[in-house]
Design a protein around this ligand. Structure first.
Ligand code: SF4
Length: 111
């Protein structure tokens, strides 16, 4: 389990209404989901974030790199051990390296 301080500021943002229906799903509280306001994947094709084996994840990672929710998203993916898809700009193997502490959560893997 990674150190939360290594991932980013975890100070809760004020709750607000949001229409975000992105990849995070219903498992999160409304307050937590409100923190995803502005998430760029909410405006994108969800399939981009779940490339098939052999497909490029570049487009998803480019979107994530510009997303204001990147740190929160990566934190949630690590805490919930999300094993599929691009979360916080990282693939599952990349997230595993972050969780082991062998890689910075802020390294960009856009190729
Ligand atoms: S970092 Fe990527 S997957 Fe996460 S909320 Fe932002 S756009 Fe969506």
């Amino acid at each position: 389990m990674p150190s939360m301080s290594a991932i980013g500021d975890l100070t809760p943002a004020p709750a607000s209404d949001t229409d975000f229906q992105g990849i995070a799903g219903d498992a999160y509280s409304e307050q937590r989901m409100a923190r995803y306001e502005g998430a760029l994947c909410a405006q994108s094709d969800p399939e981009v974030f779940f490339p098939e084996k052999g497909e490029s994840s570049k487009n998803a990672k480019l979107i994530c790199a510009a997303c204001p929710c990147r740190d929160l998203c990566l934190e949630d993916a690590l805490v919930n051990d999300e094993q599929h898809g691009i979360w916080g700009g990282l693939s599952y193997p990349e997230r595993c390296r972050v969780a082991r502490g062998s890689e910075s959560p802020h390294r960009q893997h856009i190729a």
